[in-house]
Design a protein. Structure first.
Length: 338
């Protein structure tokens, strides 16, 4: 999304005593540590300000791993790219549109088991299913309250950003970026759908506590059913705040019937644990085109789990450059212990 400026508190760099490498936890001298549970292997600016087949490769808002092991990257300007997983070079591109042929503000991406693409747009918001070539197959229902005002209570440019399929493939989850009107500003809603023979049907909704001044640009399922959640904000003249959390929705209250979330008793929020503040990662020689608390930082928006096993995951992040000269399309290769 085109990130609006918010007053986000930039935390002090976290002390990092250990990190996770390919061989496991490293010692305190490892200079790739972001925290005790997260390390960064490398970053890549290979796609910054490039084009492929006449389409600008940028504005990237989501990532997914395709069935053949390649990557899919979603642009919020209504384009879906296929990328080589090793080189990141584009292999294919497909345009996306709504039923009237209008471009989407496409933000979240899941590749289903049959190869179809589930894509969110935060304009309405919506979740649509597309073929690999970009043909609309169907559209999922969305609760009325999550629609953008005046149809619903969502704020413009603050709806479905993240999208993930939970282990087993039967539950789809979309994360709202900002709170609904009438809800506390520090609580955002996560909507789920359950797969049935006829398709996905509306299911439980959960409440996630977001840090003050930040929003949720992405959520991705872990193999055990928990979530990796990105929180992000921007302060003019200071730069981005990006934090990675581990969240557990499994004992949270179904809030689909709760009109206003105000921190009331009886509503169990999703529990979260900070894994790393990305500002605490070593810069690894990165440069920034505008002020940042760490030159490695940019407008990080997309995330996907690319591999690993049990509690040791490989995670890839990407930043949305908004096709802006002072922002960068940057990929971040993390190792995360959960």
């Amino acid at each position: 999304m085109r990130l609006r400026t918010v007053l986000a508190t930039t935390s002090a760099a976290l002390a990092a005593a250990t990190c996770l490498t390919a061989a496991g936890p490293a010692n305190a001298q490892d200079n790739h540590a972001c925290s005790s549970t997260v390390s960064i292997d490398r970053f890549s600016d290979a796609l910054d300000k490039t084009t492929y087949d006449g389409t600008f490769v940028g504005n990237l808002s989501a990532l997914a791993v395709d069935k053949d092991g390649s990557l899919a990257a979603l642009s919020d300007r209504s384009a879906l790219f296929g990328l080589d997983a090793k080189t990141l070079q584009p292999r294919a591109t497909a345009p996306l549109a709504d039923e009237n042929g209008t471009a989407l503000d496409s933000e979240g991406l899941v590749i289903d088991g049959d190869g179809t693409r589930l894509v969110t747009s935060e304009t309405e918001p919506s979740v649509r299913r597309y073929s690999r070539a970009g043909k609309i197959l169907d559209r999922l229902p969305v609760p009325a309250s999550l629609q953008v005002a005046p149809a619903g209570r969502a704020v413009s440019n603050g709806t479905f950003e993240g999208l993930t399929l939970l282990p087993g493939g039967r539950t789809l989850l979309a994360s709202m970026e900002y709170a609904l009107s009438g809800d506390s500003s520090g609580i955002v809603r996560f909507q789920t759908w359950q797969r049935h023979r006829e398709g996905f049907e509306l299911a439980a909704q959960y409440a996630y506590p977001v840090d003050a001044g930040l929003g949720v640009p992405e959520a991705q399922a872990t193999p055990d059913g928990r979530l990796l959640v990105l929180e992000r904000g921007f302060t003019s003249g200071v730069g981005n705040t990006v934090r990675l959390y581990l969240a557990d929705p499994r004992r949270a209250t179904d809030t689909s019937g709760v009109e206003n979330l105000t921190g009331q008793a009886g509503v169990r929020l999703i529990k979260k644990t900070l894994l790393a503040d990305i500002a605490a990662c070593p810069p690894l020689g990165a440069t920034a085109k505008q002020p940042q608390p760490n030159p490695l930082l940019d407008n990080i928006e997309g995330m996907v789990v690319t591999g690993g096993h049990k509690d040791a995951l490989k995670v890839l992040l990407v930043s949305d450059d908004n096709q802006n000269a002072v922002q960068t399309t940057r990929f971040y290769y993390l190792r995360v212990r959960i």
